[in-house]
Design a protein around this ligand. Structure first.
Ligand code: NZQ
Ligand code: ZN
Length: 394
């Protein structure tokens, strides 16, 4: 096991009626003026925004609102939010929504506390030194942003989707009431579950060659549990235990726990996917499913034993003649599972017909204009990235 640091300072308030604690949580932090940031309307339609407003009012906290965050959140709204918060003297940003709203909130937080245009920090031209306090009321189990140290923003100028990770952006609190996710469309439930799984799988397929029994067992248990819970939630959208399992897994999968003692994980599939959702605006979890098996088949020969372990312990595969056969059965089984929850396993299944030029462009951007490789299990350069897109195309 490698040395590691594990720091998850987010105060989790989990369960029914957690929303009503929002006002007192912000009061305890000593903040006075809140921006309630939300998405395209689901939080309004469900009455959640009214409940949040009520809780803030009861605690004597002043607030303004800014809606309109779209999936794969845009830089232009972030800039609008920064200007609004500066004008209004906002000192706390409350994200009411999913990963997109939380990430947009974190970006506003960066913009309020760091000099110059906020995109410079996502473009890795500058390093942030602070972030204004952000809290989350989670409405979809997926990205894990409620406990992660990252945020991902899309710049419409060039449709570049870029992530920024720093400890400053961890949410001060995360309110998690599983009943808030009952209204999710099936596709978003499945896409979210796939993203949760991928946050653990990216860490599981590590290049570290030391026994990681505890971390592996936690990861395998989380994956099996999410597969069961998403299957139940799709059949019974108001099954509290299944929704609760997914919601808690969303956080545990991406708060660092699943990577303790590893090299931090591979993350190639996320890089491959961010180019897809940046350009084609697909749901992030679906995009991950569309590339995963092509990535897996590409890199598996580097360490078939690792994939065989996954096949047996997560997918319940019976060991074959050798690790390669077992590993391949595991990859096949994961494809069957993704299909069973309505997720794509090829890019064309998301309605995208990639041309040769498209794949070259995606690979060029994904390799940061041919200046980096992605992944650690097997580092992939621009040409190798192109080959994965090609395998995943149809
Ligand atoms: O905008 P509204 O109307 O709320 O609709 C949303 C949106 O259309 C809807 N939704 C959310 N909660 C709902 C609901 N609909 C009905 N009932 C509810 N309770 O779901 C749709 C998707 O929402 P979004 O926030 O985009 O989903 P998700 O949480 O999957 O976030 C995806 C974003 O997070 C980024 C992704 O790249 C993507 O941009 N990620 C962020 C990470 C992080 N910060 O740590 C890590 C991830 O790997 C990921 O990259
Ligand atoms: Zn993800």
């Amino acid at each position: 096991m490698l040395d590691f640091e594990y720091h998850t300072p987010t105060h989790v308030v989990f369960g029914k009626h957690a929303v009503e604690k929002t006002g007192s949580l912000i009061q305890e932090l000593g903040c006075k003026k809140v921006l309630i940031h939300y998405g395209g309307g689901s939080a309004k339609r469900s009455g959640l925004l009214d409940r949040v407003a009520q809780s803030l009012t009861s605690a004597g906290i002043d607030f303004i609102t800014l809606g309109g965050v779209v999936p794969n959140p845009r830089l232009s709204l972030v800039r609008e939010g920064i200007a609004l918060c500066q004008r209004e003297g906002v000192d706390f940003i409350l994200a009411v929504g999913g990963g997109s709203v939380i990430d947009s909130s974190k970006a506003i937080g960066y913009g309020l506390t760091n000099e110059g245009d906020v995109w410079q920090y996502y473009a890795k031209k500058k390093t942030p030194t602070a972030c204004a306090p952000v809290g989350a009321i989670l409405t979809i189990a997926a990205a894990g942003s409620e406990m992660s140290n990252s945020s991902v923003i899309t710049n419409e100028d060039g449709w570049l989707k870029r992530g920024l990770s720093s400890e400053y952006s961890r949410c001060k609190f995360a309110i998690m009431d599983p009943t808030l996710t009952y209204t999710l469309p099936a596709y978003q439930t499945a896409s979210g579950a796939a993203d949760i799984m991928m946050h653990t799988m990216e860490r599981y397929f590590t290049a570290v060659d030391t026994p990681l029994e505890l971390t592996d067992t936690l990861a395998e248990g989380l994956l099996r549990s999410v597969m069961q819970d998403v299957t139940t939630a799709l059949q019974e959208p108001e099954n509290y235990e299944a929704r609760a399992g997914l919601m808690w897994a969303s956080s545990l999968s991406h708060n660092g726990l699943m990577g303790c003692g590893t090299d931090g994980g591979d993350w190639a599939c996320h890089q491959l996917e961010h180019e897809l959702s940046g350009k084609y605006d697909v749901a992030h979890g679906a995009g991950l499913c569309a590339v995963w098996s092509s990535w897996a088949r590409t890199v598996m020969p580097a360490n078939p034993a690792r994939f065989a372990k996954f096949a047996i312990r997560v997918m319940g595969v019976t060991p074959g003649a050798d690790d390669i056969e077992t590993a391949n059965c595991g990859i096949d089984a994961m494809e069957v599972f993704f299909q069973s929850i309505g997720m794509p396993t090829r890019i064309n299944q998301m309605g995208i017909a990639l041309t040769e030029d498209d794949m070259r462009e995606l690979a060029h951007k994904c390799s940061f204009m041919n200046t980096r490789t992605i992944g650690k299990f097997v580092p992939l350069d621009r040409e190798a990235i192109y080959e994965v897109y090609k395998l995943a195309r149809a």
